[in-house]
Ligand binder design. Structure first.
Ligand code: ADP
Ligand code: MN
Length: 326
């Protein structure tokens, strides 16, 4: 049971609005959101199970109680600090309702996070005010959103020398062009180029990440959907030693030599142990699609070329990075 009073600020986001929370254990992420995002999660779970596997596990919704100031009262004056925050992240979403998701950073020692925002059209043309549309079109035009249908929305990368994360805010990713955005990938995956990591292990990791993105694209190519400014979120272990041992451990565990079938009693005990074993196995990386505030499945809209083109380019850049290990 989630107690809203025990939630704490989630300060580890790579991008996006403020106001994201996590539970005391850090396993769950609680994100204030619009109803459309909850609807999208629920519809996906019901009708698109393949795509649901590519999203963070959906746990439900949570009422956060205190709503923001009602819309007929004037917005309070912002302090300079609040203005700076808003400039970096975008203001909080005025919403009482939050979505409860698997925290994708949980279980990593130092989670490196890369948020790749998809689309060159970053808003739903049917429902967006002209001013906002024009502003987002300008950002797209001046960044790789316009040319590649994706841009780096934000990232954080563990810096072992500093013993802290290097933070790359939303302005970092806007500076790249189609010609040099591979530099952002190289910065994010810099640890893979270190002498501690075997080239073959690095290639295998990147190929697995690439395959997940391809999986998402293949599903969208067969479906009818629109997802304006959804993201591919890549989380990767930033601790080189931890990453190394995770990459080294390939394949299922060796057979024990004891070929006897387990007794009912043994099976029950194994099951109970599994349930007690709350911590999931650590993984080297996670790749998920996130941010569905402006996403919907449609009956007759055709393929979402806006998003599909972005995924293709995300894949192509990953492929280029893999090529650097030859
Ligand atoms: P928005 O951009 O609308 O504020 P997002 O869904 O993109 O909302 O979330 C903002 C940021 O929060 C993301 O860039 C990511 O770093 C982090 N985030 C979102 N969902 C998760 C999740 N399930 N697990 C971990 N981090 C998440
Ligand atoms: Mn986002």
């Amino acid at each position: 049971q989630l107690d809203p009073s025990k939630l704490k600020a989630f300060s580890n986001a790579a991008a996006g609005h403020d106001g994201v929370l996590c539970d005391p254990s850090g396993e769950l992420l609680i994100k204030p959101c619009v109803d459309a995002e909850i609807d999208f999660y629920q519809e996906t779970l019901a009708k698109y199970p393949d795509f649901a596997e590519l999203m963070p596990t959906y746990m439900g919704t949570l009422s956060l109680g205190s709503p923001q100031a009602p819309s007929d009262t004037p917005a309070p004056e912002l302090s300079q600090q609040e203005k700076d925050q808003a400039r970096l992240h975008g203001v909080k979403i005025a919403s009482e309702t939050a979505i409860v998701l698997e925290n994708l950073e949980h279980g990593f020692k130092f989670p490196n996070v890369l948020d790749l925002k998809l689309g060159s059209v970053l808003y739903d043309p049917a429902t967006t005010e002209p001013e906002k549309a024009a502003r987002l079109d300008r950002v797209a035009q001046e960044s790789t959103s316009g040319s590649l249908n994706f841009r780096v929305a934000g990232m954080k990368v563990w810096n072992p020398t500093k013993r802290d994360f290097d933070i790359y805010d939303k302005f970092y990713g806007r500076e790249f062009s189609a010609e040099n955005v591979s530099e952002a990938y190289e910065t994010f995956f810099a640890a893979l180029f270190s002498s501690d990591i075997k080239g073959d292990d690095a290639v295998q990791l990147l190929e697995t990440i690439l395959a997940e993105v391809t999986k998402a694209r293949h599903i969208l190519e067969k479906a009818q959907s629109r997802m304006y400014s959804a993201s591919v979120l890549i989380v990767c272990e930033g601790d080189t030693a931890a990453l190394n041992s995770l990459l080294g451990a390939v394949g299922p565990s060796a057979p024990s030599g004891d070929e006897r079938a387990p007794t009912a009693k043994e099976l029950k005990r194994a099951e109970a142990e599994e349930e007690e074993d709350e911590e999931a196995e650590p993984v080297a990386f996670k790749v998920k699609m996130i941010d569905f505030a402006h996403a919907k499945w449609t009956e007759d809209g055709g393929r979402d070329e806006n998003t599909i083109k972005g995924l293709k380019n995300v894949e192509q850049l990953l492929d280029g990075l893999i090529g650097k290990f030859d």
